[in-house]
Design a protein around this ligand. Structure first.
Ligand code: NAP
Length: 294
């Protein structure tokens, strides 16, 4: 068996620590205002995986002392109906964060539905406004998976400033906001995608590699520069459980730090979502600014 040299990043432990901080913030909000922070989740249709994700988000909210309000809409929902429902939640003072589970059914204009979320309640970081704040490093809510990766890098004291970061993938929820956050942290960032020429050669130059491709074990061990930090956002169902986008063992033999799948990036996505909900609630309820972080 390959001798592992890299230190595994323990996403579960970092997420649990974050959960404690979130629960403490929620407790302070309730003590000061009597209001329980609430995340509203909107699920359109009956996709079992989406239903499971929504369920786990609600459960974590409740575990940390928050409320969750679950709205289920039928598969045939129109854009106007969904936009109307999201806008209602936006106006509801008892709702502090809104999560629209995506993807939504094909007939719906997903962007129109996202843009109906007021920026102050966009705890999943999906609106154009939130994208702007991610790129400019202004207070706002980040996309949860890349924001979770930034928190892992911070928890393990990875130096971002001046590093060459290579992000493989350019999706709106992962690759693009990831690149924006790393750039805001003063990394030099290269974004790769399916049309990138000589991907291996580009990845070989990276001090920090973020894999967000959606292809099991796609990033090969010999692409990794010795000592690089490897963050694997991939989550691909396989016959023996979920696997990442990085071929873990050979990559771990060269990296200085690496996230396993499962137990690396995954737990951070949920932790960030509920943390951002508690921050949104604090802001809306006027709890002192020094009691909330970005
Ligand atoms: P996505 O929307 O399918 O985007 C995949 C990206 O990979 C695209 O930008 C695509 O390039 C690029 N790509 C595809 N084939 C490539 C190739 N041969 N070489 C280089 N780039 C290539 O996926 P996503 O939503 O960003 O998700 C990526 C992974 O993260 C998936 O495994 C997903 O399950 C996982 N994920 C995990 C979490 C979590 O909480 N842990 C959350 C979200 C997603 P083009 O743009 O050119 O097509």
């Amino acid at each position: 068996m390959t001798q592992l040299q890299a230190k595994r990043i323990d996403g579960k432990a970092v997420a649990a620590r974050m959960g404690e901080a979130t629960a403490a913030r929620v407790k302070r909000i309730v003590e000061k205002t009597g209001v329980v922070p609430c995340l509203a989740t909107v699920l359109v249709g009956s996709d079992p995986a989406s239903a499971k994700y929504v369920e786990s988000k609600g459960k974590l909210c409740e575990k940390l002392g928050m409320r969750s309000l679950k709205l289920a809409m039928p598969e045939q929902t129109t854009t106007a109906e969904l936009v109307g429902k999201v806008a209602d939640l936006g106006r509801d003072p008892a709702v502090h964060g809104i999560l629209l589970q995506h993807p939504v059914p094909k007939q719906i204009d997903e962007r129109a539905a996202f843009e109906a979320i007021p920026p102050g309640k966009d705890v999943d970081g999906v609106t154009f406004y939130s994208f702007g704040t991610m790129f400019y490093d202004l207070p706002g809510f980040g996309s949860c998976t890349p924001a979770g990766i930034m928190k892992l890098l911070d928890a393990y004291s990875v130096k971002i400033q001046g590093a060459h970061a290579v992000v493989i993938g350019r999706s709106a929820i992962l690759g693009k906001p990831m690149a924006g956050m790393l750039l805001a942290g003063h990394a030099s960032v290269t974004i790769c995608h399916s049309r990138t020429v000589d991907l291996r050669g580009v990845v070989r130059l990276a001090d920090i590699v973020v894999a967000a491709v959606g292809k099991p074990r796609f990033v090969q061990g010999d692409w990794i520069k010795p000592g690089a930090v490897v963050m694997d956002a991939g989550f691909n169902p396989g016959p023996k459980g979920n696997v990442g986008d990085v071929d873990f063992e050979p990559a771990a033999a060269r990296a200085s730090l690496i996230t396993p799948v499962p137990g690396g990036v995954g737990p951070m996505t949920l932790a960030v979502l509920v943390d951002q909900t508690s921050i949104a609630a604090a802001r809306q309820l006027g709890v002192a600014a020094d009691e909330v972080q970005r």
